[in-house]
Design a protein around this ligand. Structure first.
Ligand code: BGC
Length: 755
């Protein structure tokens, strides 16, 4: 047979199976021995409680179910001894002794919590991101975990959505690089090694595009936007070898992701070639019932047929699949296919070879919260901070004199880790007061709280649903304010630590008003009125609307939620031991009315005037500019960088050719510093409306004071491509404009032509 005929036959077969097959002999032999009930059991993921229950159900009778082969995996169980007990029930007491997958949400560090993902993305340092994930894997596996529900790669362009904190921001290019770095960090070279764990890319798909920024809300998006803007990071994670995928809560084109065949099979497996397994989100299978897709039996059958392999907590598969099989609604092969994928994951984790391989009781002590790990967390945090403004070059401060450290977050251990850190322990976190005293021990540092995080009792109650993050001081607001102002007046400089409590962002923490709470605004104004120099250390899990604070004569350092080394890292940057280099990965709007707002917006047929002036019958607002307060990619340094002499190595290229842009960058200020050189591309004319510009390359470089460097960024042929109206990934001939600079408003530009 001609090889092409063979190839077509093979592709047809792959299509028939719905995906590439691993065909592991051990797994195939095991499948032969399994009853249909045992196969269904492997599709069941439970949590015995003790973790964060984000749905209404917590699993019951877990031990009995494991023994009878009704459980494929657990999460919310950690520590070699506890995991061993569970694993022994499966291995020694169930008929076939199939080991369990042990999952966990290790979102930004296991016990050594590092910055929330939005902060981590602000480092623009892929090597550091990979190291962070690697450290998380080393710690989590030391505690018996072999499967991580991360990375979360959902593109988010609506900062009202609380989970913007958990991803890499608004941009598909940067988001894809981060997705790849995290998968490689978690999974390493060999998934069976004891320091690596299976990654689970989530939440497929489009979860970050919830209408009105309200969590779990409807998503409605056309395919062109989906393919060009929202899907690339998931695909990048799959291309990097992610072993599993989590389906999202929302619907995609009218069908909930968890039961969406187009998404879970046609796109994920057939088009992208994914050969791992898909798990639902927490009870997202059951939630297809209120979504309006039928009863539990119907939605379970639908989801299995669509390509869902494992059901998280809801037990829809466990309780209905046999009935659906008997009634002819699904086939035995549908069940076998899903079971095979779960078993294959166990096989590649090395669990069949040794079910107890992640259970060395000496490892937690040796691998978790080590000095080196804490040092890395501190480094990561310093790199994640973004200097938003430096009025009169107030920062960095000298390590001397009288410093008033003021604000509800200045001595608040419980708010340092940030959202989704269930494996971390906030009691281990370094407060900012402690960090200042550690790093600037010769300075006279005095603290006053100044205000509660919020004085709105109902709001605080909602924020505190997962534990007390907003504590109400017994003193009156007036007394607290007076104490702070009096302290400020007798000090040389004021550092005010303000912003959001940990649970003001994250899952189920959407806000319609994303400004600093009123009581803290009042504090900031009163401190500025003392006439003392004021630096704001701003903490949040999302972009905030801060136009008023930005206009005040203050310096502003954005620190997200920095993790276990928070105070030390903030002190490192405030006192100049590290010169900040973070850049925003999501646009900061002027007000909520501008949302959704992002740099790769389209020009439209009636663009607003370049000047920013309002013009009738143009695409603009009567009461606000189109421009954000702070653009994507923005971030200052204690030094200054000059960009000049942008040039391309070619003026014309042909399809399939690469092109390079080189720019001269000079450190013109008084400090050594790192800068993220960013390249944006505009496809001037094409068959579908192009974005104004899109990030297509970046490089983080270190320049000593006075140093000059040539930085070259190369665009690959794929960087010129986009998904056209037929959803083909193509580049079209014509002119392209390249912009290089310090943020997405970069002005230096050059053009080239694709022939
Ligand atoms: C979240 C997931 C998480 C899961 C398990 C859900 O509520 O959406 O991101 O992995 O809970 O904890």
């Amino acid at each position: 047979m001609h090889y092409k005929t063979l190839l077509v036959a093979f592709m047809g077969l792959a299509f028939f199976w719905g995906n590439a097959q691993k065909q592991i002999p051990e797994v195939e032999q095991l499948l032969q021995k399994m009853t249909i009930e045992e196969k269904i059991g492997q599709l069941n993921l439970l949590t015995p409680g003790g973790g964060v229950a984000t749905g209404e159900v917590v699993s019951e009778n877990v031990g009995a179910k494991i023994k009878t082969g009704q459980v494929g995996g657990l999460f919310g169980v950690a520590g070699p001894d506890r995991v061993r007990k569970a694993q022994e029930l499966a291995v020694k007491e169930s008929r076939l002794g199939i080991p369990l997958l042990i999952g966990s949400d290790v979102i930004h560090g296991y016990k050594t919590t590092y910055p929330i993902p939005l902060g981590l993305s602000s480092t623009w340092d892929m090597d550091l991101v990979r190291q962070a994930a690697q450290m998380a894997a080393r710690e989590a596996t030391a505690d018996g975990i072999n499967w991580n529900f991360s990375p979360m790669v959902d593109i988010a362009r609506d900062p009202r959505w609380g989970r913007i904190s958990e991803g890499a921001g608004e941009d598909p290019y940067l988001g894809s690089k981060i997705a790849e770095a995290m998968v490689k960090g978690y999974q390493g070279e060999d998934l069976a090694a004891v320091h690596t764990m299976l990654a689970c890319v989530k939440h497929l798909a489009l979860y970050g595009a919830a209408e009105a920024g309200r969590d779990y809300h409807t998503v409605d998006m056309g395919k062109i936007k989906m393919f060009n803007q929202y899907l690339p990071p998931y695909k990048a994670a799959i291309d990097a070898g992610a072993a599993s995928v989590m389906s999202s809560f929302n619907d995609v084109d009218g069908v909930p992701a968890t039961g969406n065949k187009w998404l879970l099979t046609d796109l994920l497996r057939t088009q992208w070639g994914f050969d791992g397994f898909v798990v639902s989100d927490y009870t997202s299978l059951n939630e297809m019932v209120p979504h309006g897709l039928g009863d539990l039996q119907a939605v379970s059958a639908l989801a299995l047929k669509a390509g869902l392999d494992m059901d998280m907590v809801g037990e829809g598969f466990l309780t209905t699949l046999k009935k659906s099989l008997d009634e002819g609604k699904i086939t035995a092969e549908d069940i076998t296919k899903a079971c095979r994928r779960v078993l294959e994951a166990k096989y590649i984790s090395g669990l069949f070879e040794d079910p107890y391989k992640y259970l060395d009781s000496k490892r937690p002590k040796n691998d978790i919260l080590t000095k080196e790990n804490r040092a890395l967390a501190r480094k990561l945090a310093t790199r994640s901070f973004v200097l938003l403004k430096n009025h009169n070059n107030l920062l960095p401060l000298e390590k001397k004199g009288k410093i008033a450290l003021i604000g509800p977050l200045a001595d608040s251990r419980e708010n340092m880790l940030g959202t989704w850190a269930p494996t971390g322990d906030f009691n281990l976190a370094v407060t900012i007061l402690e960090g200042f005293n550690n790093v600037a021990s010769n300075a006279d540092i005095k603290y006053a709280k100044g205000a509660n995080i919020s004085d709105d009792v109902d709001f605080a109650k909602n924020v505190n649903a997962l534990g007390r993050r907003i504590t109400m001081d017994e003193r009156s607001p007036e007394a607290m304010l007076k104490e702070a102002v009096d302290l400020a007046k007798t000090s040389d400089v004021v550092v005010a630590v303000v912003g959001e409590a940990t649970e003001m962002s994250g899952e189920s923490s959407s806000r319609t008003d994303i400004s600093i709470p009123d009581i803290q605004k009042k504090l900031i104004k009163a401190l500025v009125e003392t006439g003392k120099p004021v630096a704001l250390v701003l903490m949040s899990g999302r972009p905030l609307t801060i136009p008023e604070e930005f206009d005040l004569p203050v310096s502003i350092l954005q620190v997200w939620h920095p993790g276990v080394e928070a105070g030390n890292a903030i002190a490192d940057v405030v006192f100049g031991d590290y010169n900040p280099s973070g850049k925003l990965t999501a646009t900061w709007p002027v007000n909520v009315g501008q949302i959704p707002i992002y740099h790769s917006t389209k020009v439209t047929g009636r663009p607003a005037p370049e000047s920013g002036e309002f013009q009738k019958f143009r695409s603009n607002y009567l009461d606000a500019p189109n421009a954000p307060l702070l653009p994507f990619g923005y971030g200052l340094s204690y030094t200054t960088f000059d960009y000049s002499n942008l040039r391309l190595n070619k003026k014309e290229i042909h399809q399939g050719e690469a092109i390079s842009a080189t720019v001269t960058i000079t450190n013109t200020g008084n400090y050594d510093g790192e800068e993220v050189v960013q390249l944006y591309l505009r496809d001037v004319v094409r068959s579908i409306t192009p974005p104004k510009r899109q990030l297509k390359g970046f490089q983080k470089v270190m320049l000593k004071k006075g140093e000059r460097k040539e930085v070259t960024i190369t665009l690959s042929p794929d960087d010129l491509k986009f998904y056209n109206a037929q959803l083909e990934f193509v580049s079209e001939p014509g002119e392209f404009e390249v912009f290089v600079g310090t943020n997405s408003d970069a002005e230096l530009s050059e053009t080239f032509t694709l022939k």
